[in-house]
Design a protein around this ligand. Structure first.
Ligand code: FES
Length: 98
């Protein structure tokens, strides 16, 4: 038997943008950062991972104080959900940027 492969799904995150998103966060509020890159509500999850990248789950976090932060858009950060500058190293992903 042949294994059916869904070609619309990804196992690796796809970049949502070239630069991080500057976002004002509210203390005590629960956020879900999109880790797969498929959400249409970047940088937050809209549930798109369920059909497009089922192996990649959003990162949930709750800030302890009101603050402005840079949330990763390239989805390559090692400090999820925050930008760690990795987007500067991943210029080879250029073709994936929307
Ligand atoms: S946008 Fe991903 S590390 Fe900066």
């Amino acid at each position: 038997m042949f294994k059916r492969i869904n070609r619309l799904q990804t196992t690796q995150p796809v970049p949502a943008a070239r630069l991080p998103y500057r976002v004002k966060l509210t203390a005590g509020k629960l956020y879900a950062w999109c880790a797969c890159g498929h959400s249409k509500k970047q940088p937050f999850c809209d549930g798109a991972h369920a059909s497009k990248a089922p192996g990649i789950k959003p990162v949930r976090f709750t800030p302890d104080k009101d603050k402005a932060v840079l949330l990763c858009a390239c989805k390559q950060t090692k400090n999820q959900p925050y930008c760690d500058g990795s987007h500067l190293k991943h210029t080879h992903l250029e073709k994936h940027y929307r």
